[in-house]
Design a protein around this ligand. Sequence first.
Ligand SMILES: [Zn+2]
Length: 99
Amino acid sequence: MEKFRRKNLNCGCCGCDFYTWEEYIDQDQDKGFGICHECQEDAEERNNEILDKSVKLIIGALNSVNSEKLKAMPLEKQRYVAAKAHEKGMFTWEIGGKR
Ligand SMILES: [Zn+2]
């Protein structure tokens, strides 16, 4: 593994200067730019909100046995199931909501 090197980057989201941290994942931004910790957390929060909504949709679509199984899973596992469903294209998004 490559030795960790702290880089000083400019956040492409909020514009602040920040140093990368050990788990920092390169965001493929322009040279010298990245996404700071705070903005990454915001993005993760939004992502989790979407997943939580998806979990509710999945629970509503399952039969009672399977929906109980999903409800009994820890939150992280529920989100994982929802993320997998998204990956497999099981969700279609429509502007304006429900069909
Ligand atoms: Zn930022």
